[in-house]
Design a protein around this ligand. Structure first.
Ligand code: J9Q
Length: 239
């Protein structure tokens, strides 16, 4: 997959993709990431990228022309999504990550905190994505989140063990608690059942923990989760 990032702050991405799964994926040519400075697509002496809003008000708005020119400079197929990261977008989730992972190429535009000329959203962008309801100073951290979520789904990026683990997450429940050595740390013991060697009992305990945790911390996830009749009974019992 080829990913193009359009930003006013290309330095922010320096080094971000140099570690872990990204580094491997890039080395294996499974992904290629190009960062473009929107300012390079201005033509005036001062390389102006933003201006005050028509109608008045505080702050600056990202001008449309350099953004259009930057996108148009990228060779792309007609179906390539042009994605604006903005608080007005649809909320990023695993389903959207899967959807985006199916494309050959993605173009991501990092907006300004103060806003982007609406003609960019209306006539250039094909998809607008938000990573949640909080204020960021720009779309850059949101682009990193989306890229992380998408790249790990590309064939060959994760090892088979990690992929297997990943599949189990998609059931819609939170994870059960994990422990590693030592069995007693500062007086806090690992739950007895995990040391028992009884794999059926361990699996059942983990499943109960996942359901209990989800009930307590993210009850709205349970509403959407695909649950077996057995699981529904268990929830009733735990309630
Ligand atoms: C560009 N707050 O916030 C949440 N998802 C994206 C954003 C965002 C923001 C400001 C500028 C994107």
């Amino acid at each position: 997959m080829d990913i193009d990032i359009l930003t006013l702050f290309p330095q922010v991405f320096q080094g971000v993709f140099g570690f872990g799964i990204f580094q491997r994926a890039i080395e294996q040519k499974l992904v290629s990431i190009a960062v473009h400075n929107i300012r390079d697509y201005t033509h005036d002496k001062h390389h102006t990228v933003d201006d005050s809003p028509y109608g008045g008000g505080a702050g600056m708005v990202l001008k449309p022309d350099p953004v259009f020119e930057a996108v148009e400079s990228i060779k792309r197929e007609a179906e390539t999504p042009v994605i604006l990261l903005s608080p007005q977008g649809r909320l990023f989730c695993q389903q959207i990550a899967r959807e985006l992972a199916a494309y050959r190429r993605l173009i991501l535009i990092c907006g300004h905190y103060e806003g982007v000329d609406e003609r960019v959203s209306e006539h250039l962008v094909t998809d607008e994505i938000s990573i949640g309801d909080y204020v960021l100073s720009g779309g850059e951290p949101a682009a990193m989140v989306v890229i992380d979520g998408v790249v790990r789904l590309l064939p060959g990026v994760l090892g088979s063990a990690e992929s297997l683990l990943d599949d189990s997450h998609v059931g819609g429940l939170l994870e059960y608690p994990q422990y590693t050595r030592p069995a007693v740390f500062r007086g806090w013991s690992v739950p007895e059942v995990l040391l028992s060697g009884n794999h059926a009992q361990i699996a059942q305990w983990r499943h109960e923990q996942a359901i209990q945790r989800t009930m307590k911390r993210r009850p709205e996830l349970l509403e959407k989760a695909e649950l077996s009749p057995k699981e529904k009974k268990l929830i009733e019992r735990l309630r």
